[in-house]
Design a protein around this ligand. Sequence first.
Ligand code: PGA
Length: 250
Amino acid sequence: MRVIICKDYDEMSRKTAEIFAERIKAKPDIVLGLATGSTPEGLYAELVRINKAGEISFKQVRTFNLDEYVGVAPDHDQSYRYFMNEKLFDHVDIDKANTHVPNGKADDLAAECAGYEEKMKAAGGVDLQILGIGSNGHVGFAEPGSPKDGRTSLVDLTESTIKDNSRLFDSVDEVPKQALSMGIGTILDAKEIVLVASKESKADAIAAAVEGASSTDCPASFLQEHGNMTFVIDEAAASKLKSADSYEKA
Ligand code: PGA
């Protein structure tokens, strides 16, 4: 497990984009696992910049997103499909047919989840997964209590996640209560994982994820067991790590 502490959000985003650009250059048809949320926005902006500069191409890249709200159509401005189009896909040379986000409006949600796992498997599995972290330690929408071997499934969002996400909606009542999300088992199958975190509000979750005991109370703590795991975090998110001095500086 590697922990890289960056000065601030911009350095965190640049450092993460460097890792992504290297991997895309090494494997042009790489399978990326992607995440939504405020934290990876800087990474996506940097990847757009590097793509426009001609340093990397997404022509053959394939992507699978972690999660999607249930009952929210892909063209709804709060859907995660919409977010990905807006932040990344519409601005790079990717073939949208190669981009996958679970369909939260599917008639049969269980079949949608099973089919999503099948598609990932058929693509050869995720080579490089980007993750954010919830203030409650969730990754994707694998909320506290999620099993370590969980697969893509229909999940209930916790009160804390609904509250955190309400900033993006007109009112807390409008936040969907359920989502389709990769499970911890799905996420751990990725060959390489990078988790980004920024701001003091993530400091407790990062301390539990990096230095806490492996436990369903903090689903991100299971990532410690992955063989190719890197946390790229800013100083504020690192502020509650006991061994902060012993980690790499960007
Ligand atoms: P955020 O969300 O990047 O918007 O803080 C992260 C998450 O909940 O996984």
